[in-house]
Design a protein around this ligand. Structure first.
Ligand code: MLT
Length: 405
């Protein structure tokens, strides 16, 4: 008889956003006349920008011609995109990254979930709490959970770093030294950011303790403050200890198109001199057959000067929504955070409601969908996340409805 991976049984319910989708579907079925506004999952609403559409069309046309048709893409990414990432993203920041350290993928969600495979099963993993659920869930799926302590709401073998109002939603160094540290800034879900000095302290900490930082920079395009770094490679020594994950979803609207990349510098080595770069290349090449050519051409277009201008307009559009949500809720007496360097607003639930109670309350009374903070971890209890990725019109209507309840 086959045996299942018992660690899956330690996971609660289904994936957070699938749970929410099910609840919303049930509500919609019971209330077909209500107009629901979705500010839950961080999915974009603005169409792909013109330069990207043109690149997609051109690439499709190439596929129709014998001389320019392409089959399998190189598993680690086409050189034109890997080189463009080095030139247009990292050189611009003064950061040293080489093309063979860029691994092109179908998005940051996959990479942030898969990267744990290259670390030993007994690695100690530190995560922020609240946290993007993929980091914890995939480590549990990878057999690192220990048991789930339902009373405490934590997995025994995972180190949680609380991010609360007291520390401005940025973690302190944990008491126990981890092997792998996940950091996401600007942060999902709290919308917080950290300064370059603080990130440098994390890099120093990781080097001193021979730990690896997995830095999720999916939201870097939303940074508006000068002292907030766009990449961990702006910090000295990060090439020896940090992997960076990037996405085209939030900065260029590729949530449905799928494109991301991960930087694994060759300078990160274990005690025997094994590079993580070689392990990730091995893993990527074995399990992934490359992001489609037409999508990589679209990504290249995002990085062109015109693409940078057009996508910056989209980011500004969403940040205008963020401001509307932040100020609207603050004016209505809510305690609100985030929204300055990130497209997420994190609010304290009113009247001592739990996160899920507030979710139901908002859905029922305002027909607005958000994300319960407790879905991101125990320290998220009593908080709620709204995304700025809706249309402006829906965002205004949602906030007006919330103000009226
Ligand atoms: C979120 O809502 O947290 C994100 O959209 C999830 C994701 O990017 O996978």
């Amino acid at each position: 008889m086959f045996k299942v991976n018992g660690d899956y049984l330690n996971l609660q319910g289904s994936y957070l956003f699938s749970d929410i989708a099910k609840k919303v579907a049930a509500f919609t079925e019971a209330n077909p006349d209500k107009k629901i506004i979705r500010l839950g999952i961080g999915d974009v609403t603005q169409p792909l920008c013109p330069v990207v559409i043109k690149a997609l069309h051109d690439a499709v046309d190439e596929m129709a011609v014998k001389e320019t048709f392409r089959g399998y893409a190189p598993d680690l990414g086409y050189d034109f995109l890997r080189n463009a990432i080095v030139e247009k993203v990292y050189k611009k920041l003064g950061a040293v990254v080489y093309a063979d350290e860029v691994f092109v993928s179908d998005g940051a969600k996959s990479d942030s979930g898969n990267i744990q495979e290259i670390f030993s099963r007994d690695s100690r993993i530190a995560v922020c709490d609240p946290v993007y659920p993929v980091y914890v869930d995939t480590n549990v799926m990878g057999g690192r959970s220990g048991e789930y302590d339902a009373a405490a709401g934590v997995f025994k073998n995972i180190i949680y770093m609380p991010c609360t109002e007291a520390n401005d939603f940025a973690p302190d160094f944990p008491d126990e030294i981890p092997d792998v540290i996940y950091l996401c800034f600007p942060n999902n879900p709290t919308g917080s950011a950290i300064t370059k000095d603080r990130l440098q302290q994390w890099v120093d900490y990781a080097r001193k303790n021979k730990a690896v930082i997995i830095y999720d920079a999916a939201y870097e395009a939303y940074i508006s403050e000068k002292d907030v770094p766009h990449s961990i490679y702006e910090c000295e020594g990060a090439r020896e200890c940090a992997i960076e994950i990037r996405s085209f979803s939030k900065n260029a609207g590729f949530t449905g198109t799928r494109l991301g990349y991960t930087i694994v510098p060759k300078d990160i080595k274990d005690e025997n001199g094994v590079t993580l770069n070689s392990l990730w290349a091995r893993r990527h090449g074995t399990k992934f057959n490359g992001t489609p050519y037409i999508i990589q051409r679209a990504g290249e277009a995002v990085l062109s000067d015109e693409g940078q201008r057009e996508t910056a307009e989209q980011v500004a559009y969403y940040m205008n929504n963020a401001k509307y949500i932040y100020e609207g809720l603050k004016g209505a007496g809510y305690k609100v955070f985030g929204g300055v360097n990130a497209p997420y607003i994190w609010l304290k639930t009113p009247d001592g409601m739990t996160s899920w109670e507030f979710f139901d309350f908002l859905l029922e009374k305002a027909n607005v969908v958000g994300t319960p903070g407790s879905g991101f971890g125990k320290s998220g209890e009593g908080y709620f996340r709204l995304t700025a990725f809706g249309t402006y019109e829906n965002t205004v209507e949602a906030i007006d409805r919330i103000k009226r309840i």
